[in-house]
Design a protein around this ligand. Structure first.
Ligand SMILES: Nc1ncnc2c1ncn2[C@@H]1O[C@H](COP(=O)(O)OP(=O)(O)OP(=O)(O)O)[C@@H](O)[C@H]1O
Length: 696
């Protein structure tokens, strides 16, 4: 239709010319944007240099800053050398900064492409189709010009309708190519992203426990979702958009050059002042945008924290306070967002004005060339249409560049996760070798500090022997290191010095999967999964039959409350077991540990959240469960330790007293004092348990 209009009348030609003229303004603007994209990178480099210089300035106390690019390189290297576990990069701008490092940019780009290796056939196929359809697009303005010239030529030998049908055929072919290309891209993209997510998740499963002590969960889920998606987009749509836009922008310049080098020169004369404006405003925008991102991150962090702790917020009637805190942060984002938007509008309109002024010159000179017969009206129309292409695709290239920069930042974090050395405490690397221990577990001169607090020793010269079939109770003040002993036993952390041996063999040399398979742990804070009660119990033994699950639930004194629920074992417990009471969660955790019939049972204050009646029931169950089994019981409640064969008092990083209940009471030392304090608290109504020592 457009074609018919164009060939129909001179007025329509002028209309098309005017439209193209406007778009040609966009062409120059786009070219400027592209250049601005390049220059943005330079601006960021410059800012980085400035930041390094400012640091040097502060340290040296000099008045004049020396722009020290070397210090930047050093700091970047140091940043890279840091373990990923301690690296928390909060803003996209920081990611951009790291992404701008030269050599790593290239290698990262290579790695991004490597991710696409498995989909090479699909991606190359889609690239071929892209080249085909882009060639048709590129030929279109030239063909339009030819059609126009033929329409204006009364003695033309070819009819415009024949040409129109030819063009229709080309468009049809182009549509088929586009459809096939997009389908191929879609399939490849989804496969790449699924594979990437799977690999990153697997890499996370291999990380040391200490890594999770210092890395916020939100950051990791963000890597799995947003960062993987960004990379998928880059490898598929951004890459193909880049190839397409690059091809069309260069092709357009070539065709413009071919049509009229003088006109092209005139069109490009407007570039330098426009680029200058774009760079100036672009710098200001970038600074503002960084502030927007930081403030956005702050507001998101606040919202996440408040929503995760919504019960505390309600209990303290702090909703209004939180709403106003969030409102303040959101307003800060809004203020800076508006400033960025205004700068963007200023940039767009100045470039548009400048480009149109340049265009008037091109049109004036172009008309003169048409009048002189140097070019035809069709040539001028083609030239202006190529200007449109150039504008659109140069602009799109600058967007692709920005996408790539963001992807480099995101990919750096993902690659750090993927490259992290395999933790030997992960149970992924091997088939479990079943372990059967026959004699004893021994802690010999164990020293340990948590990796996140290496200067604060938790265990110093810790020695303990646990004989097979024996129940050892660990007691001691809060924070003395009782749970830490259990964590070291299951190799969640490595000892710094000394050794833990199982039947004389250092547990570091034992297959960790096998080691953990023979242990059942009831943690202090029972964490359940968002699944049914049955699935949560079976987590301890995925092959367990319904009968085994019910037996375990019965032994954990959980069967009654499970049967009282409308859906019984099929009841969903919600996120982290939110729809269960503390005591119910604890009983499910006990059932989960018992269902695997472990050789070693570790009970970390397993009954702390139970009421007296439930505790009595579970206590009985635990006595049964620990009978004939090796058990480590960590307890504040006296009832849970009464049946222990040995009680060890943990204090100042070691065992300060050890013996049976009677021996320790007779000794009248630290244990006797603990009991006395608890007894006192119980009679005053503070303690959470009933002192049953009298009944012993
Ligand atoms: N993941 C961790 N990272 C750093 N320090 C930790 C970590 N977990 C525990 N700690 C510290 O180690 C010390 C011992 O903690 P642990 O949990 O073993 O104490 P506990 O005796 O079990 O205490 P409670 O009886 O209160 O449960 C404490 O000072 C604690 O702050």
């Amino acid at each position: 239709m457009m074609l018919t209009m164009m060939v129909g009348s001179r007025r329509c030609c002028l209309l098309a010319w005017r439209t193209c003229g406007r778009a040609a303004g966009g062409a120059v603007a786009g070219a400027c944007r592209h250049q601005a994209g390049e220059q943005r990178a330079q601006v960021v480099r410059h800012l980085q240099t400035q930041a390094a210089a400012r640091a040097a300035w502060r340290i040296q106390g000099r008045r004049r800053a020396v722009f020290n690019t070397r210090s930047l390189t050093v700091s970047t290297a140091a940043w890279r050398a840091q373990d990923a576990s301690t690296t928390t990069v909060k803003t996209a701008s920081t990611e951009d900064q790291s992404a701008l490092d030269g050599p790593s940019k290239v290698s990262q780009f290579k790695r991004i492409l490597e991710l696409a290796q498995h989909e090479k056939a699909l991606l190359l196929g889609s690239l071929g189709l892209l080249v085909g359809s882009s060639s048709i697009t590129l030929a279109l303005p030239k063909l339009m010009g030819v059609v126009l010239d033929i329409a204006l030529d009364p003695v033309a030998s070819v009819s415009t309708s024949t040409l129109s049908f030819g063009l229709l055929g080309l468009f049809g072919a182009q549509a088929v190519m586009m459809l096939s290309r997009l389908a191929m891209q879609l399939v490849a993209g989804e496969r790449i992203s699924a594979r990437l997510r799977q690999s990153v998740f697997e890499a996370l499963m291999r990380r040391q426990t200490s890594f999770f002590d210092v890395t916020p969960t939100g950051e990791l889920t963000n890597r799995l979702s947003a960062d993987c998606l960004l990379l998928q987009k880059t490898i598929t749509s951004s890459l193909s958009q880049g190839v397409r836009s690059g091809m069309l922008a260069l092709g357009s310049i070539g065709m413009m050059m071919h049509t009229s080098p003088q006109l092209l020169g005139l069109a490009l004369i407007a570039l330098p002042p426009l680029a200058g404006t774009a760079v100036y405003l672009g710098r200001r925008m970038k600074r503002r945008q960084e502030q927007v991102q930081q403030k956005l991150a702050d507001s998101t962090a606040l919202a996440t924290e408040v929503l995760a702790n919504i019960r505390v917020v309600r209990e303290f009637a702090s909703e209004r306070h939180e709403i106003s805190r969030y409102g303040e942060r959101v307003s800060a984002v809004k203020r800076d967002g508006i400033k960025v938007g205004l700068l963007q509008s200023l940039m767009d309109s100045s470039i548009f004005l400048g480009a149109n002024v340049g265009l008037i010159a091109v049109m004036a000179y172009g008309s003169q060339l048409v009048t002189e017969g140097a070019i035809t009206a069709g040539d001028l129309t083609s030239f202006l249409m190529y200007s449109v292409y150039l504008g659109v695709h140069a602009g799109s290239l600058s967007n692709v560049g920005a996408d790539f920069m963001r992807s480099l930042g995101a990919s750096q974090k993902l690659f750090q996760l993927l490259d992290a050395s395999v933790d030997d405490t992960s149970t992924l690397s091997s088939q479990f070798k079943p372990i059967r221990f026959t004699d004893r577990i021994q802690f010999s001169n164990v020293h340990f500090a948590y990796p996140s607090r290496p200067t604060v020793p938790v265990l110093t010269d810790f020695n303990l022997t646990i004989h097979r079939g024996e129940t050892v109770a660990l007691v001691g003040a809060s924070g003395s290191g009782k749970s830490t002993v259990a964590r070291l036993l299951t190799r969640l952390y490595h000892v710094d010095h000394g050794a833990i041996t199982l039947d004389g063999q250092d547990i570091r040399t034992i297959d960790v999967g096998g080691l953990r398979a023979c242990v059942g742990v009831v943690p202090q804070e029972p964490a359940l999964f968002s699944a049914t009660l049955r699935e949560n119990i079976a987590y301890g033994c995925p092959d367990a039959t319904q009968q085994q699950i019910e037996d375990a639930a019965e032994r954990a004194n959980a069967l009654d409350f499970i049967h009282a629920l409308p859906n019984g074992f099929e009841t969903e417990v919600g996120e982290r077991g939110v729809s269960l009471s503390g005591g119910q969660k604890q009983r499910i955790a006990i059932a989960r540990a018992l269902v695997r019939n472990p050789q070693l049972l570790i009970l970390d204050e397993a009954t702390s959240a139970l009421d007296a009646t439930s505790e009595a029931g579970v206590h009985k169950a635990l006595v049964n469960a620990t009978r004939g089994r090796t058990a480590v019981v960590i307890a504040h409640r006296l009832s849970t330790i009464l049946n222990a064969d040995t009680i060890a008092v943990v204090d100042e990083g070691g065992i300060v007293e050890q013996g049976t209940f009677t021996q320790l009471m007779q000794r009248n030392g630290q244990f006797a004092q603990l009991i006395a304090h608890q007894h006192e608290a119980t009679t005053e109504g503070f303690a959470p348990f009933t002192d049953t020592s009298a009944t012993r």
